[in-house]
Design a protein around this ligand. Structure first.
Ligand code: KIV
Length: 264
């Protein structure tokens, strides 16, 4: 594969080619993912729960994200490395710029991800004006779990769905390079994906998104506790870690994942 850029991702969307994304937190896994054809490596702040054993993503520090992004970037090959901006590190546009700067300069990220809709438009525009590729995360926002009252499907009412579509358009207009939808009804994700020119990455958002992402440890069946409904244990099918990741990439590409049972 040649180097994946924001233009590659847009072209894949235009061509109707599905994009495979997985979380990665270190070089060894990053290499396995790249060899299997994963186009986007997401250094998610889910590492707070997955690696650090915290009960949410809120305690994750910028230093943690820079450290893990650097490890992933070291083995990222031609894949695009996207890094999460942690909780409370992008309250104002100027702070977001400093955070993104560290993730890119010290961590080597190609793109940063932030959570939030309308209140984040100015921040996305500010980052875009400074040449920073941004993914805007809508739907279930794990950094707002305390405000949301739990990890719940978002956008079920007509009012919420209209607001999410409005936010998605505003993010694209502000200069976002892609959108991530977490835990939203499949029909709403399909509408948003069709309405935007930028690629839409789904997790628990049904099969009509342009890209799919899962938390790596969930799809390998090694996250303690109950696996989320939208995830699948690919290790069972793939036999070993490399086989599991290859099976996931194939299933994303041929549209067989996510199936109805993974969808809201
Ligand atoms: O942090 C993360 O892993 C994420 C995914 C849930 C998309 O943002």
């Amino acid at each position: 594969m040649s180097r994946i850029t924001t233009s590659t991702l847009r072209k894949m969307k235009q061509d109707g080619e599905k994009i495979a994304c997985l979380t990665a937190y270190d070089a060894s896994f990053a290499q396995i993912l790249v060899e299997a054809g994963v186009e986007i490596l997401l250094v998610g702040d889910s590492l707070g729960m997955i690696l650090q054993g915290q009960d949410s993503t809120l305690p994750v520090k910028l230093e943690d994200m820079v450290y893990h992004t650097r490890m992933v970037r070291a083995a990222s090959g031609d894949a695009l490395v996207m890094a999460d901006m942690p909780f409370m590190t992008y309250i104002k546009p100027i702070q977001a710029l400093a955070t993104a700067g560290r993730l890119m300069k010290e961590g080597g990220a190609h793109m940063v991800k932030l959570e939030g809709g309308a209140p984040m438009v100015e921040t996305v525009a500010h980052l875009a004006e400074h040449g920073i590729p941004v993914c805007a995360h809508l739907g279930l926002l794990p950094q707002s779990v305390n405000k949301l009252g739990g990890y719940k499907v978002q956008g079920r009412s007509d009012e919420q769905a209209e607001a999410m579509l409005r936010d998605a358009r505003a993010m694209e207009d502000a200069g976002a390079d892609c959108l991530l939808l977490e835990c939203v009804p499949s029909a709403l994700a399909a509408t948003i994906s069709a309405a935007l020119a930028i690629p839409v990455i789904g997790i628990g958002a049904g099969p009509h998104c342009d890209a799919q992402v899962l938390v790596l440890y969930d799809m390998l069946g090694i996250t303690p506790g109950k696996r989320p409904k939208f995830s699948k244990d690919f290790l069972l099918q793939g036999g070993d870690i490399r086989g599991a990741v290859r099976t996931y990439v194939q299933a994303v590409k041929d549209g067989s994942f996510p199936a109805d049972e993974h969808t809201f």
